[in-house]
Design a protein around this ligand. Sequence first.
Ligand code: NAD
Length: 353
Amino acid sequence: MTAFWTEPDYDDHELVQLVRDKKSGLTAIIALHSTHLGPGAGGTRFWHYPEPKDAMRDALRLSRGMSYKNAMAGLPMGGGKAVILAGEDKQKTPELLAAFGDAVDALGGQYVTAEDVGISEQDMVAVSQRTKHVSGLPTEGDRAGGDPGPFTAMGIYHGIKAAVRHKLGKDSVKGVHVAIQGTGSVGGGVAKLLAQDGARLTLSDIHEDRARELAIELDAEVAAADAIMSTSCDVFSPNALGAILDDEGIARLDCPIVAGGANNQLARAHHGEQLAERGILYAPDYVINAGGIISVTMEYLCRCHGEPCDINEVRKRLALIPGRLEEIWAESDSSGVSSDVVADRMAQKLIGR
Ligand code: NAD
């Protein structure tokens, strides 16, 4: 592994730790980008990386992203992320999760983990046997926490309505055409909320049955996975993969608004500017998709610090997402700086960078 501080994605991270446990076979990287606002919070990714340097890059980029996301969501948390380097067979044992829990615990609360790609709620329950610095644990009744997907979807729904108001001057999404890429936990939730308001929907998923089933339920149309980005619509809502907004993807768009929950939508930094040049309003991903982290953070703060964790507290914080987006777009409109850069600058200021 090359020295991490020479990596282009190293951004004065406060701590980058390699964790090795020979007995369980655990190899993990825990990266804390900033603890300026509180303990570094962000999920654990369990993934097979072709090269260790790919895992390092992921840990560095994702932990910085969490600093920005948590700051812009008004949470008293910094940014952190862990990646567990899975073998090719992606085998996950109780011993490996226990060793990972011990590594999180050894940081004494500087890092608070949760689920990410490849890690389930049950895995987090296993990790929580070894450390209390865990969020995203199962929850009951009207309490914060549990599956973050529905909360993420709710925040995106609010964000899409704000974008429609800002760009199209409409107070309602009734009849507004939204093309949704990915109908999983987040995209499916967004579709259901928009359908209740009478939006016109086109749905797409690489698992076409999934999109088709939901389309029948919501009286929506279906587009092929390779056609959704060029669908003529009012809002394109990416809720599947990252890095879809590249030169080719942006050229294909036929819409005035991009607003969705996928992480890291812009393939490269200059693609935000490219969207702005095309007159497309962009909702910065880490601002609009913060609903899930708001919920799991409230759950953690409640469990460890006795803060309020009823669902209304989460809803109150979710309702602030449109205002943050409005602030970003207003600044972008007046300065001519693209919305992604405006958001980055706001986040950097909040974390003292
Ligand atoms: P999910 O796995 O439940 O759903 C993703 C869906 O996208 C799946 O149905 C999958 O088949 C589909 N898909 C994959 N590639 C596609 C393609 N090329 N075209 C169309 N569909 C495709 O995942 P999710 O939890 O809904 O997350 C979706 C996105 O939102 C991810 O980028 C994730 O990182 C991001 N996100 C999720 C949360 C959360 O709370 N779950 C929070 C923040 C960000």
